[in-house]
Design a binder for this molecule. Sequence first.
Ligand code: NAD
Ligand code: G3P
Length: 346
Amino acid sequence: MKACVLGAGSWGTALANVLATNGHDVVIWGRDEAVVNAINKDHLNPRYLPGGALSPLLHATTDFAGAIRDAELVLFSVPSQALPVLVSDASALISQTAVIVHAVKGFTRPNNVRISEHINLVMPNVEKRLAVLSGPSHAEEVVRGMPTTVVIASASQSTAETVQDAFMNAQFRVYTQADVVGVELGGTLKNIIALGVGLTDGLGLGDNTKAALMTRGLAEITRLGVSLGASPLTFSGLAGIGDLIVTCTSNHSRNFRTGRLLATGLALNEALEQIGMAVEGVSTTFAAAELAQTHQVDMPITTALKCVLKGDVTPGAAVRELMQRERSHEMEDVGQRPLTHHWRFS
Ligand SMILES: NC(=O)c1ccc[n+]([C@@H]2O[C@H](COP(=O)([O-])OP(=O)(O)OC[C@H]3O[C@@H](n4cnc5c(N)ncnc54)[C@H](O)[C@@H]3O)[C@@H](O)[C@H]2O)c1
Ligand SMILES: O=P(O)(O)OC[C@H](O)CO
């Protein structure tokens, strides 16, 4: 299969490498000439994946149109903020029969639209050729061939299976799913919770706190997901709890590490500069807080984190506020729960 990967950062490089290892004819497009040259000459991407040896069959280019031309599979793998321009630029170049995949974990801003929703708006009639790749998968481990499982969701079973076949190998196991909304939202919303868990780690709080945030975080992202049309079951799968675990417990996670840096007193822009890569959880926190308001979904952790990111409250005060809300029944909020808590600082 002739495949084109748009985005030569950590995830685009790791996924392109999986396709190249599987024997596909892969070209990866990047805007940074130094990264492109390193992939072609040294079979490395030291800027984004230090030490990860790449397949010598993987070819990189800065020629956007040339990369897309004749591709049977086009994969978008850039941060969500870069996605809309890229989709607009690529839409007229992508073949009418190509399968389109995206691996982006975020919303478009400021309208808070899911990425596949955005692609469907810009490229009408692609829904049956469009798939989402998500799940617990740090690029650093994928490029080293560590056993990894992901999920491909599409409105078309045949498209999902085509993409499954393209990526699947002995180290990279791919499941299919029909719940596009749930798979997209699971991978996107877990980043909020990873930021929060990183904050508590940075504050020196314990494992009880992390487990509480992960569990109650899953409850609230599921509530929002269900109100946006996702199946609650998807949140107990790879794109839900699977990705939540890997992001909240790993030093590879840029979201987790950003939270930890914020707890040391760094300003948000300083923390993001230090990470130097996509930290989707920041814009996702604001997007989710707005969606929660619109859909009247109770998301106390997201609301507290939004206030911390805005600098309206310290991380310690946010934890205290979360712990001292009015008493509640754990399973009362499996479905949608109306907003009840009035935030002092929201
Ligand atoms: N890194 C991972 O392990 C991982 C795993 C799963 C999903 N994701 C998701 O994949 C998406 C991409 O993240 P990443 O980890 O590759 O980020 P990254 O920071 O490692 O790389 C981003 C890449 O996008 C490029 N880019 C940024 N702005 C651009 C623009 N305006 N136009 C063109 N290219 C631009 C950068 O040059 C870089 O090559 C994110 O939504 C992320 O959540 C990442
Ligand atoms: O490094 P993060 O926090 O963007 O997480 C990467 C992946 O989404 C983990 O599945």
